[in-house]
Design a protein around this ligand. Sequence first.
Ligand code: ADP
Ligand code: 5GP
Length: 236
Amino acid sequence: MIASSDSNPAFSGPVSGTLFIVSGPSGAGKSTLVSAVIKRNPGMQYCPSFTTRPQRPGEVDGREYHFVSREQFAEMVRRNELFEHATVYGHQYGRSKELILDGLRAGRDVVMNVDVQGAASARVVLPDSVSIFIMPPSLDVLRRRLEERGTEVGSMLERRLDIARQEIRRYPEFDYVLVNDDLDSVPVEFETIIHAERRSRINRGAWMDEGWRRAGRHRKAAMERTAEQIVATFAG
Ligand code: ADP
Ligand code: 5GP
């Protein structure tokens, strides 16, 4: 994985929205959770990345991703148009800097899902962002979800699992950890984090309300024991 934000040092202009960075291994459920949260919070902004990876069956250009050639991607990098960009599993990914910063400047909360390297780069650009690590319940569950998704098979699937073994150890870099075990409750927990963070920025005195207490349950320190048990299933 090669990531870059070299040309995008910390952004210093005034922004009133919050950037939520969602990351975790491939197959952890990032896209599923982000879609569920956007559906329930239409005021939040999501902008698809540009990618050089081939379009999968069922994907719509401009919805999941903007599919571009290597030359088009290189041109966007050359013009410094991307918020951050990375090479993940041999393909390039990156989002429009202008769209993200315009959303934040207009006071909208923006959510983006990136690989762990992209999350580190995004934090450098916007240190005031909130980062959430999506953790699969175990290696076996992750493998099953990737197999059932059916988008990668054979050595490509094994490659994603090998990289997951390294990525999973990086949860301590994040503000929150969500174990994606249940699709009914986890989107609600995700929203609790968003609402608590939003309120804490509007009124620091509101920190200790119920929303904040529930969000606090997912702070990485509170999750350490559970997270370490899950990381252990990736050892070997
Ligand atoms: P990512 O974006 O992290 O690569 P996806 O959102 O594509 O992962 O999820 C991987 C697969 O797992 C998808 O087929 C999705 O439907 C499924 N999935 C996601 N979350 C859950 C969950 N909590 N329970 C069961 N299946 C899930
Ligand atoms: P997939 O090819 O499975 O859709 O995505 C592969 C990985 O690329 C996922 O971890 C996804 O979160 C990540 N990704 C998607 N868009 C971006 C982006 O703009 N920047 C970075 N760094 N990673 C991205």
